[in-house]
Design a protein around this ligand. Sequence first.
Ligand code: ADP
Ligand code: MG
Length: 209
Amino acid sequence: MVTRDTLIDMLNKIAETIIENKEFLTDLDAAIGDGDHGINMDKGFRAVIEKLHGVKDKDCGSILKTTAMTLISTVGGASGPLYGTAFLKASIIAKEKMELESEDIIRMFDEGIKGIVMRGKAKRGEKTMLDSLIPAYEALKISIEGGDTLTQAFDKASKAAYDGVEYTKTIRATKGRASYLGNRSIGHQDPGATSSYLMIKSLANFLSN
Ligand code: ADP
Ligand code: MG
C-alpha cells in the first residue's frame, strides 16, 4: 500500500533521477532527435519538486494531477504532453484516495499508457517511450496478480523496461522526430524509452530500500 506521503516521496525520487540524468537523456536525443529531451525533462521535474511542497495534505489524485499539469505546462517537446497526459489519467484513478493499493497502481499504469497512446497515436515497436512502458506494465501486472509484493513487482517491471530500452536500439523510429532519420535511427536507444525506464527503476530502488 502506498500512502500519500509515500506517493510524494516516489514522485520526488522520479524527479531526482531525471535531474541526475539530464545530460545522458540530452545526449541520447542529440543522436536521433534535437537534443532537448534531458533539458525538457529536467525543467519539468524541477518544477514538479517545487509544486509538490504545496500538495502534501491533499489526496493522491490531487498530488498526481498537480504533477501532470506542471509537466504539461513546463516541459517543451513531445514528451511533456505525453508524460503529462499519463499522470493526468493516473490521477483520475487516484481521485480522492488517501492511499493506493497495488490494484490501483496497476490501473493507474494502464490508464497512463492509454493516455500516451491516445495522445501520441503510437504503438509498441515504433521506438518510443511505449517500448519500455508497455513491457514494464505487463511485468508489473503479472507479478502483482501472481502474489508478489509491490517491491518485487517494480523490480520485475524495471528489468522489463530495461529490456525494452535495449529493444529500441534494434528498431527504426516511425514516430516523433527520430522518424525523420528512418533507418539511421537503428542502433540508437530511444531517449523517451530511456527516461521511462529510469523513472521505473527509481521507483524499484525506492521501494527496495
Ligand atoms: P521532441 O521530440 O519534441 O524534441 P523530446 O525530445 O522531449 O521531444 O522527447 C522525445 C521522446 O518522445 C522520444 O524519444 C519518444 O520516446 C517520445 N515520443 C515522441 N513521439 C511520440 C509519440 N507519438 N508517442 C509516444 N512517444 C513519443
Ligand atoms: Mg527532443
